[in-house]
Design a protein around this ligand. Structure first.
Ligand SMILES: NC(=O)c1ccc[n+]([C@@H]2O[C@H](COP(=O)([O-])OP(=O)(O)OC[C@H]3O[C@@H](n4cnc5c(N)ncnc54)[C@H](O)[C@@H]3O)[C@@H](O)[C@H]2O)c1
Length: 500
């Protein structure tokens, strides 16, 4: 007998057997309860798609029936089951997430499914699936080795093309290599429609990228923020605009239309490459400041007073999250593979390479400080997520630092109030800060700047009572007064501060 596979809810621990049958009956019943509403299908129920489903089920000036589609596999099916059971699959500090989900439950206008049949009832399909970059982090090379595999993305588009209505609006929000809508998605949809004997000229294909910021303003970063959009032709651009006006406060945040889908796709990856480069730029200056006994925080704050320089970055532990770590590479890949150039976007690739190396610097510094003997050193990492006040640990720079320390034989404990299980390392993470601080510690590392650690008098008081320890602040959590206080008993170092 075949063993049943389960998908585990990473929030509740509940296990769901993977479904064996189709889900058509559920979809039809859902539509009976949502008669006369336009149907929006969101493909992909991850950090973007799950929240986009909430935005659509709480649209500003239209009543939609919303169906979220994800894959019925071990890693992802739980998101579908969780939504249908009334537990939202994304944790965030934004109270609006819960509010919007409760409203959707009351209105009964949000369903999740794994069945591609959903695309056959959709008036609008929003594509929010992932498109990953596989990296080989070999820092000895000038540029990173990486691969972009478009096939999972193509499969997602094919699933839509094989089921959709011939006049559907397909809105791609996934971050794609520039050229993807025109050169990849458009031909796939046309081909599928041709094979189904349907018109190839009535569907609409738009592109509008997400600027969503997981965290306290999750919902507002979609609903109350500026958007850029385009279409594969005039009617696609118009329909895309019409739809966006129903979900975004466009009176206050006017939409920006660009000339074609290559332009909006480029805008997204350029926007993120600009930020990644800004971060990479300050890395060598952090080293210089450390050498020259300079407080780089003080310097950056002074420079930020100039409006033209207000986004110069502070030093840090590295870059994490799903986007800045890959988007410059998607752009460089596109240039070479979709537009046949024989040269990469070298500066952007170098920026990613520099950022990826940042945790290694922090580790080497510790290794040197501890005279190569981190074996059995008791290390407490404060924060494992890649950004303050979020639960997202994807590509967090804390992970390489953790790996390096572990490989050296350090005994590591973890604290993060947002993360229960650190999926990438399978480690349990404590949310009890006091308990972690009571343990014996040799080395304490501020690795994420969660609000909980900032201006926390209790934390400083507890640290003041501990035996001498080494404190490394990788991300500017400690203020001047706290550093001064802690230095009376402990060794304190802050990345980018040569003055300490
Ligand atoms: N996370 C962010 O902050 C953010 C911000 C802006 C843009 N983006 C972009 O948005 C896109 C989605 O990002 P994310 O963070 O939500 O990723 P994610 O990995 O959290 O979610 C993607 C989801 O899509 C599902 N999926 C994959 N193929 C599918 C298919 N064929 N059918 C149905 N579901 C499928 C996956 O199972 C997964 O649940 C990416 O292109 C990302 O770069 C993300």
């Amino acid at each position: 007998m075949k063993e049943v596979d389960f998908s585990t809810n990473t929030l509740t621990g509940k296990k769901y057997p993977l479904p064996m049958d189709n889900d058509i009956l559920n979809i039809e019943n859902f539509l009976l309860n949502n008669k006369d509403k336009k149907v929006v299908v969101v493909q992909g129920l991850g950090f973007v798609g799950a929240v986009m489903s909430l935005i659509c089920s709480n649209a500003l000036n239209e009543e939609y029936a919303v169906i979220g589609v994800d894959l019925a596999n071990i890693n992802n099916y739980w998101k579908i089951a969780s939504i249908n059971e009334g537990v939202f699959p994304v944790i965030a500090s934004d109270p609006k997430i819960n509010e919007f989900f409760e409203i959707a439950k009351t209105k009964k206008n949000l369903l999740a499914t794994y069945d591609n049949y959903a695309y056959s009832v959709a008036d609008i399909v929003i594509v929010d699936i992932n498109l990953d970059v596989k990296k080989n982090a070999d820092f000895s090379k000038k540029l990173l080795n990486f691969e972009v595999d478009l096939s999972p993305f193509k499969k997602g588009i094919e699933a839509i093309g094989n089921y959709c209505k011939e006049d559907v609006l397909i809105l791609v929000e996934t971050t794609v290599p520039p050229g993807t809508c025109e050169k990849v998605a458009n031909p796939i949809i046309k081909d599928c429609l041709l094979k189904r004997g349907l018109s190839q000229s009535d569907f609409k294909l738009g592109h509008s990228y997400e600027r969503v910021m997981p965290g306290p303003d999750y919902i507002d970063s979609i609903q109350n923020f500026y958007r850029v959009y385009s279409g594969i032709d005039e009617k696609s651009a118009k329909e895309t605009e019409k739809f966006l006006r129903t979900i975004i406060s466009t009176e206050k945040y006017p939409l920006t239309r660009l000339g074609n889908t290559n332009a909006t796709e480029m805008a997204k990856v350029l926007e993120n490459s600009y930020r990644a480069m800004n971060i990479a730029f300050i890395v060598e200056w952090s080293r210089f400041a450390e050498l020259a006994s300079v407080n780089l925080y003080e310097v950056v704050k002074a420079i930020r007073m100039r409006p033209t320089h207000s986004n110069i970055m502070f030093p840090g532990i590295g870059v994490g999250g799903y986007c800045l770590t890959k988007d410059p590479l998607l752009a460089s890949w596109s240039k070479q593979n979709l537009f046949d150039s024989d040269s990469p976007l070298e500066q952007s690739e170098t920026g990613v390479q520099i950022n990826d190396k940042m945790p290694l610097y922090a580790f080497n510094y510790l290794k040197e400080t501890f005279n190569d003997s981190l074996v059995n050193k008791k290390v407490l990492l404060l924060g494992v997520s890649y950004r303050s006040n979020v639960a997202d640990t994807r590509y967090t720079p804390v992970e390489p630092l953790y790996d390096y320390l572990k490989a050296e034989g350090a005994k590591i404990t973890l604290h993060d109030s947002y993360v229960d299980i650190w999926e990438e390392t399978s480690e349990k993470v404590s949310s009890d800060l006091d308990k972690q601080l009571k343990k014996q510690i040799d080395l304490l590392i501020f690795s994420t700047n969660h609000s909980e650690y900032i201006n926390n008098k209790n934390l400083i008081n507890v640290l003041m009572k501990k035996n001498q320890l080494f404190i490394l602040d990788t991300i500017g959590v400690l203020n001047e007064k706290e550093i001064k206080q802690l230095k009376q008993y402990h060794t304190v170092k802050v990345i980018g501060r040569g003055d300490i």
